[in-house]
Ligand binder design. Structure first.
Ligand SMILES: Cc1cc2nc3c(=O)[nH]c(=O)nc-3n(C[C@H](O)[C@H](O)[C@H](O)COP(=O)(O)O)c2cc1C
Length: 152
């Protein structure tokens, strides 16, 4: 199976979260599991073509989905419409203050694109907490293990 991990990482903390997600995805994969990691700026619509599961990590800025991730959806949305219906996806949101607007936005994208949210987007809220690492690892493990097992 092939997985895409998209992470927006403007800070050491968000880099640590991205690395934790990747580590957990690798740890839950099998010999033939292939995981590609990209920043939202690198993603093109075709990246989803051979993808069996997607994990996106982003953040909330000024009460909205952060711009670089929004740009990815702006560029790819029309090409993704109707192309990967049922794709298992999971999202985590780093949000110092709130995160609910971004959770709503990402849920709306998943619904509009007919992706399958394996669990509601998780918000890593407040001051940075080392416990965020375990939550991201759980999400990364869940999507890889679940897709590999045919659960999603
Ligand atoms: C310009 C700017 C605006 C932000 N606006 C919000 C916001 O509206 N809501 C929110 O939950 N967090 C907001 N944050 C916090 C970020 O979502 C995020 O938690 C932070 O940039 C990464 O934190 P860390 O690397 O210290 O863990 C903002 C951060 C910046 C730099």
């Amino acid at each position: 199976m092939r997985f895409l991990l998209i992470t927006q990482t403007p800070s050491p903390n968000t880099i640590a979260l991205s690395e934790a997600a990747l580590g957990a995805m690798r740890a839950h994969g099998q010999d033939k599991t292939h995981i590609t990691i990209k920043s939202p700026t690198e993603v093109i619509a075709d990246d989803l073509d051979n993808c069996d599961g997607l994990l996106l990590g982003t953040l909330e800025n000024i009460g909205a989905l952060s711009g670089l991730t929004k740009d990815m959806f702006d560029r790819c949305y029309n090409d993704w419409l109707g192309r990967k219906e049922g794709l298992p996806v999971a999202f985590y949101i780093r949000a110092g203050l709130d995160g609910t607007a971004t959770k709503r936005t990402l849920t709306a994208y998943a619904n509009a694109l007919s992706w399958r949210l394996i669990t509601p987007p998780i918000i890593l809220h407040g001051s940075y907490d080392d416990a965020f690492i375990a939550r991201v690892e759980e999400l990364g493990g869940m999507i890889v293990a679940g897709v590999e097992a045919g659960i999603y």
